[in-house]
Design a protein around this ligand. Structure first.
Ligand SMILES: [Zn+2]
Ligand SMILES: [Zn+2]
Length: 338
């Protein structure tokens, strides 16, 4: 099969390799399309904690089952599926508590241990595989994984009907946090970005207030319009976004960080302490988040089509990585077709 090997920083090579073999509990999936994740752009630039070369990246995928292992039940060749791209050791305290996303020994798709979906075929334990309803187009089904990131963050934020929230950053994760927040009943979703096209897109997905950070200060805007917000979702890892979050969140409010910070930042912990602000990290998702993401896609998938307008064939994966990194031509979630 053909695969894109991430052989060194800023380089992907198309290689030919053996099709992966399945064990009794696995399925073999023929990949249809794979999304490029922000974490892979960080990896490509050499700035990701565990996604390193040499490896085959790619963990946001849809495909069709080609073959099932002997012990696998409930899946058949031809099933339209996606994969939850991690599983735990099943032994540690986190796994035993159902928090396998926090397992120190978890296996993550798109690493040396479990080769990723920028390839024609992929093996996956059947326990990580989810069927997607047949009427959902491939370029929408492929959003299940990043939407699950948003669903998990919103779950940690404990959004209640009528809440006012801010989402800092309208890239794919920020936009999908907005989708999950809308679904959870948020009344005000104020989203920021430096790119007008992303802000336009966010309106179509349910954001109520959009601010271009080059033109408007979110601190002033929130102060004048709402006073404070109940939660802030930080999807861009910068000193300035964390400063803004601390200033716009209400007392006892929550800041949920879903960002990779490439540099250390300062946080005013006296303000955190005096105002009883909760700062939470949100990392990936678990099964129920994945299932909820599929439910949301089933309900409002047609709205999500605007996110995946940019598609490249596998042999042009370096161009695809560049489009995803630079967001050129209005690219939001870039797909690699297999
Ligand atoms: Zn991802
Ligand atoms: Zn574990």
């Amino acid at each position: 099969m053909k695969a894109a090997l991430f052989d060194q920083i800023n380089s992907m090579k198309i290689i030919n390799k053996e099709n992966p073999e399945i064990n009794d509990n696995d399925v073999l999936i023929k990949i249809i399309t794979t999304g490029i994740c922000g974490s892979e752009i960080h990896a490509y630039n050499g700035a990701h904690p565990f996604r390193k070369p040499p490896s085959i990246l790619g963990h946001e995928l849809v495909g069709k089952i080609e073959e099932v292992g002997e012990n696998v039940q409930g899946f058949h060749p031809g099933d339209y599926v996606t994969v939850e791209p991690h599983y735990g050791c099943k032994q540690c305290v986190h796994c035993q508590n159902g928090d396998y996303h926090l397992c120190d020994n978890k296996t993550v798709l798109g690493t040396e241990k479990w080769e990723g979906a920028f390839a024609e075929y992929l093996t996956a334990p059947a326990s990580t595989v989810y069927k997607i309803p047949g009427d959902i187009p491939y370029h929408v089904g492929v959003l299940t994984e990043p939407l699950a990131v948003g669903v998990h963050a919103v779950k940690l934020g404990q959004i209640k009907k009528g809440d006012k929230i801010a989402v800092l950053g309208a890239g794919p994760i920020g936009l999908l946090v907005a989708v999950a927040a809308k679904h959870a009943g948020a009344e005000v979703i104020c989203i920021t970005d430096a790119i007008d096209h992303n802000l336009e897109t966010s309106k179509q997905l349910g954001a109520t207030d959009t601010l271009n950070v080059k033109e408007v200060s979110i601190v002033d805007y929130i102060d004048e319009t709402y006073g404070k917000v109940d939660q802030v979702y930080v999807t861009v890892g910068l000193q300035s976004t964390m400063n803004d979050a601390l200033q716009i969140v209400k007392k006892k409010g929550k800041i949920i960080s879903i960002a990779i910070f490439e540099e250390d930042i300062k946080v005013d912990f006296n303000h955190v302490f005096i105002s009883e602000i909760q700062i939470l990290g949100s990392s990936m998702y678990v099964k129920e988040d994945f299932e909820q993401a599929i439910d949301i896609i089933s309900e409002r998938g047609d709205q999500l089509e605007i996110l995946t307008k940019h598609t490249f064939p596998l042999q042009d994966i370096e161009l695809a990585m560049d489009a995803a990194a630079t967001k050129k031509d209005g690219a939001i979630k870039v797909l690699v077709d297999l």
